[in-house]
Every structure is written in structure tokens, then in C-alpha cells.
Design a binder for this molecule. Structure first.
Ligand code: GDP
Ligand code: MN
Length: 399
């Protein structure tokens, strides 16, 4: 979950990382009022949940108070990478002597935390990382390891500062590391960390991403107005819909809709589909005894996905019950209807009752079951997977 710059800066302040004095404005009139009150050069910073605002023209320096309103109006009309600008952070303009980069993130390949520092921060950091990787220093830590002062000093020295500022920077690094750990962050970044003409180190920008699943651990975030939110732009509309319905769901780039039991079954189904030369259109987890309503919604997600050409269904009733499964599928068939071929295998807890419900429903409304191929324990899961791949291929015209 990504935080806005101003939210990140509030967290910085809590951790004694120096930030500029700032105020949030939701209209150009508010900006004008702040500018008039301060009566000095300011920066207007678009608050959007994406990076690269500087390059996109979303950060503007206003030297003259009289211009503030007009500049703000232009910014409020902007969309940055698709995100409308609804709030501006107004700050006194910093007199920047140098820009540095500091970040803490997770090195997923090595299961470690990594602190990243560079003497060349600012809007071109990605380019620097690509073209001159030697200018970017990294030091990694075990996930439960503390970052000591001597570590922080070692990192700070790489920024190319004099000794007084090395001490200050080391303190900022330690504070950023504590913040990262305290709030279960995935990323905490200061870019740029600015050295002002007067010799102060200040965090001029913040970029913080928290682990969605840990947000509930931090009640004070809600007090600060930071609520769990969808990462717009990072979730597809279907993923957002699924999240609203409480269904763990991910879009993938294949054409077979995956309607498995729990996550484990889902992963196995994924492997089988690949093994037989097919590609799943999604990953979905229905485990933990889902209700018929929830199962029906899961099928709606698949049936309405234009990329899905065939549906693979596999239910092994463990905690969940096959009669509930049959009820959910039947509910979907009756209320929504299946527009794609679906192959489905069901076995396990309460399977006899499940089969009976399917038979009954089919007798009542045979037309609903037109695209629905049902199998029980007699058909191995490999056969079902193969069949799903076949159905998808047929639907694509034999490709
Ligand atoms: P980003 O492009 O989304 O990362 O936005 P930043 O907040 O990092 O701003 C981009 C650039 O604008 C920074 O690298 C600075 O060069 C410049 N900038 C940001 N704040 C100030 C400020 O207060 N004064 C001045 N002079 N420049 C600023
Ligand atoms: Mn930045």
C-alpha cells in the first residue's frame, strides 16, 4: 500500500527525520492563502500515488506569491500517469545544494533487507542505477538484524559528505531503518535527501509502501487518516472487484479460468495446466469453507473475463463441503449462466450429496448445464487439466 508523499513525511517527522514545513491544499484558493501568508518562494507538489512527478511537470517552484494561484490551477487540471491531482503539498522552496538518495527495501531473492544510498539522488536515480551502478551503494541485513550506528556511518560515508553531515546522515539512516521495520514497510525511500545551501539535511520527498496485510497492526495509521486502500493502477479492475468481494484473486495472462479449491490446489492446478501446454488466466483461492454465494461470485469473475476461454474447476472437499460447492455452482448457473465451456471435478467431503444436488438441478434445468462437464473421483485431476487445455484450444479455433 503506497502512501502519499505528505503521509510519508508525517511518518518521517515521527521518526525525527527532518522535513520541510508543509501544508496540504485541495484548491487553488487554499494555495493562494498559504502563499500569501508565507510570502516567500514555495514549491507546489502534486499528491498522487505514483513516482516521476518531477519529470511529468507535477512539481512546480513558485518564486512569486502572485503566481501561486495560477500555477496551482494548472496542476489541479493535470493527470499524472492517469492519476488526477486532487491535493497539493505546499512547502517553502528549499535552496538545494546537493541531492542524495536513501532507501530501505526488501531483497526478495536473498530474503534480506537492503539499505541503498547514493551521492547522486534526484529524479534521474533510475538512470544512474542503470548506467553507473557503481554510484549506488547497497548494504544488506538479516530481516531481524539491527542497524547499528557504525553500519549507518559506513553507509552515510558513501554519500560524499563532510564529517559533521556524515553524523546527521547516519542518524537519518538509522531513523529510516526503524521506521521501515516499525511499520512493516516494503519500501521506505527519501529521494532526494537534500543538503540545503545553509547546510541542513532535509527529506524533500518521501516514498513509502507498506505491507497491506500488516496495516491492521498499526492503529495509529488510521488516526493519521491513513486507511487501507487499493493500489489503483497496480490492480486490474477484476482484481479490485475480487478484493471488494473478499476473494484472493490475481489476473494472469493465459486463457483458462482457474476455479480451484484452496491456494494449494490452485498452485497444483496451475502446474498441471502448464504441463499440458495451457496457460491460466488467473490465480484464485477459495479455501477455508467458502459459502455458495462466494463460490458463485468467483465464477462470475471468470465468466465475465473476456480472456477466459474455458474454465477449470477442481474441488477437493476438505474443510469445505462438496454440497456447498454444488450449491454455489448451481446458484451461479441459475442466476448468471455459464457462457464458456467448463470442466469440473469434485470429490471429498460430502461428495455424494454434491452429486445428488447437481443431478437434481440438471434434471430441472438441463439447458443450464450445456457447457458444464462434470467428473467425480473416477477421473484423475490430470485428465481434467488436459481437458481444460483442450477446451480452451477449441474455443480459440484450434490454436
Ligand atoms: P518525484 O519526481 O515524484 O520524485 O518528486 P520529488 O519530490 O522528488 O521532486 C522532484 C524534484 O523537484 C526534486 O528532485 C528536486 O530537484 C525538485 N524539488 C522538490 N522539492 C523542491 C524544493 O523544495 N525546492 C527546489 N528548489 N526543488 C525542489
Ligand atoms: Mn522523488
Amino acid at each position: 500500500m503506497r502512501l502519499y508523499e505528505y503521509e510519508g513525511k508525517e511518518l518521517f517527522a515521527k521518526f525525527n527525520i527532518p522535513i520541510p514545513e508543509g501544508r496540504l491544499a485541495a484548491s487553488s484558493r487554499e494555495v493562494e492563502a498559504i502563499a500569501t501568508e508565507w510570502n516567500k518562494p514555495i514549491v507546489l507538489k502534486s499528491q498522487v500515488l505514483t513516482g516521476g512527478r518531477g519529470k511529468a511537470g507535477g512539481v512546480k517552484v513558485v518564486e512569486n506569491t502572485y503566481d501561486a494561484k495560477a500555477v496551482a490551477e494548472k496542476l489541479f487540471e493535470m493527470k499524472i500517469k492517469g492519476f488526477p491531482v486532487e491535493k497539493l503539498l505546499v512547502e517553502p522552496k528549499l535552496n538545494i545544494a546537493r541531492e542524495f538518495y536513501l532507501g530501505v527495501t526488501i531483497d526478495r531473492l536473498n530474503y534480506r533487507l537492503v539499505v541503498i544510498a547514493s551521492g547522486e539522488g534526484g529524479v534521474d536515480i533510475e538512470e544512474t542505477a542503470e548506467k553507473s551502478p557503481e554510484k549506488i551503494f547497497r548494504k544488506s541485513f538479516e530481516c531481524d538484524q539491527e542497524l547499528y550506528k557504525f553500519d549507518a556511518v559506513e553507509i552515510a560515508k558513501k554519500l560524499g559528505l563532510d564529517s559533521d553531515h556524515v553524523k546527521q546522515a547516519a542518524q537519518i539512516i538509522m531513523n529510516l531503518y526503524s521506521l521501515f521495520k516499525k511499520y512493516d514497510a516494503k519500501m521506505a525511500e527519501i529521494n532526494p535527501l537534500v543538503l540545503t545551501a545553509r547546510g541542513q539535511l532535509i527529506a524533500a520527498d518521501s516514498r513509502i509502501s507498506l505491507d497491506d496485510d500488516a496495516v491492521f497492526r498499526h492503529a495509529d495509521l488510521a488516526e493519521m487518516g491513513i486507511e487501507k486502500r487499493h493500489e489503483e493502477g497496480e490492480m486490474t479492475p477484476r482484481e479490485q472487484q475480487a478484493t471488494e468481494w473478499g476473494i484472493p484473486y490475481l489476473d494472469l495472462d493465459g486463457n483458462i479460468g482457474m476455479f480451484p479449491g484452496g491456494a494449494g490446489f490452485g498452485i497444483m492446478g496451475n502446474d498441471f495446466i502448464h504441463y499440458y501446454g495451457g496457460k491460466p488466466a488467473n490465480f484464485m483461492d477459495s479455501g477455508g469453507g467458502p459459502s455458495p454465494e462466494r463460490l458463485a461470485k468467483m465464477l462470475v469473475l471468470l465468466d465475465e473475463n473476456p480472456n477466459v476461454k474455458a474454465i477449470f474447476g477442481a474441488r477437493f472437499g476438505g474443510i469445505s463441503r462438496c454440497d456447498d460447492f454444488a450449491k454455489g455452482v448451481t446458484m451461479f448457473l441459475k442466476e448468471h449462466g455459464l457462457s464458456k465451456p467448463m470442466v469440473c471435478r469434485m470429490t471429498g467431503n460430502m461428495w455424494q450429496e454434491g452429486v445428488r444436488l447437481f443431478d437434481e438441478a440438471k434434471k430441472e434445468n438441463p439447458e443450464l448445464f450445456e457447457h458444464f462437464e462434470f467428473h467425480g473421483i473416477e477421473t484423475p485431476i490430470e485428465e481434467i487439466s488436459k481437458r481444460a487445455v483442450e477446451l480452451a484450444r477449441e474455443a480459440e479455433g484450434g490454436k
